[in-house]
Design a protein around this ligand. Structure first.
Ligand SMILES: Nc1ncnc2c1ncn2[C@@H]1O[C@H](COP(=O)(O)OP(=O)(O)O)[C@@H](O)[C@H]1O
Length: 241
């Protein structure tokens, strides 16, 4: 859909550098309509799209539980746009923006970055997502605590786009530590990993109960091959596609 519009007609959704005092961004970067990324645009002339989108989901799970790995397959099959707060934050850090500088120490320590940073980053994006991609959206890495979950509900209520499902990827912690140590990202050292798991347990795990109470939670067994897990994801998502 977006491809039919000229690049000039698009307005960025809080790209790195969009906050006061941040550096300008390189406009030549590649545009991917299925990712709210460093410079995901939206187009004002898309207002006439059906406001009802097909799929609105959250991927929930500990760091390393495999959520991110499944997003490409989900995008390919269902055409949704993904919003991955970790990727957005890493883009801010890489661009050396003020926001990135604020976020980095929290990320390096494996703690959640402050609420205002994350919320500011996704809020505008979420409000325009339903108009830019009628197929829907998928949140990866957000919400991560109850305050974020309530903020998400509030935003989605406001735009009349309630969540359809929350997929919870179940993987035991020892398996996760093994996976993350093998991944080698800057924040994937053992101390940070252990802290991220503690943060998950303390702050994010209560969302399992939160979404269960709302009748939205679906468990996905997160062990096995990427393809096997993908088939489990697909079996659940085909129900709402
Ligand atoms: N919704 C969020 N709220 C606060 N901090 C976040 C959020 N999403 C990502 N982060 C920060 O980015 C880091 C990396 O997140 P992410 O890319 O989702 O990786 P992982 O799944 O391995 O935790 C987190 O440890 C945290 O510091």
């Amino acid at each position: 859909m977006l491809d039919s519009h000229s690049r000039e007609s698009r307005v960025g959704i809080l790209p790195p550098g969009s906050l006061p005092g941040a550096d300008p961004v390189d406009e030549q970067d590649r545009f991917d309509p299925h990712r709210i990324s460093s410079r995901t645009p939206y187009c004002c002339s898309c207002q006439n799209y059906e406001s009802e989108v097909t799929m609105r989901i959250v991927l929930l799970g500990a760091p390393g539980s495999g959520k991110g790995t499944q997003t490409d397959a989900i995008i390919a099959r269902y055409g949704v746009t993904t919003v991955a707060t970790g990727d957005l934050l890493r883009a801010e850090v890489a661009a050396g923006t003020e926001l990135g500088l604020r976020a980095k120490p929290h990320m390096d320590a494996g703690n959640l970055v402050p609420f205002d940073i994350v919320l500011g980053m996704i809020e505008h994006g979420l409000q325009t997502l339903a108009k830019t991609n009628p197929k829907g959206f998928m949140m990866d890495g957000f919400p991560r605590d109850l305050a974020q979950a309530e903020a998400l509900d509030e935003i989605l209520d406001r735009i009349s786009q309630p969540l359809d499902l929350v997929l919870f990827f179940e993987v035991d912690y020892e398996e996760i530590v093994k996976r993350l140590l093998g991944r080698g990202r800057a924040d994937d050292n053992e101390a940070t990993i252990r802290n991220r798991l503690r943060v998950f347990e303390e702050k994010t795990a209560p969302l399992i109960e939160y979404y269960t109470r709302k009748g939205l939670l679906r468990n996905i067994k997160g062990t096995g091959t990427v393809e096997e897990i993908g088939q489990r994801v697909q079996a659940v998502l085909d129900e709402i596609a």
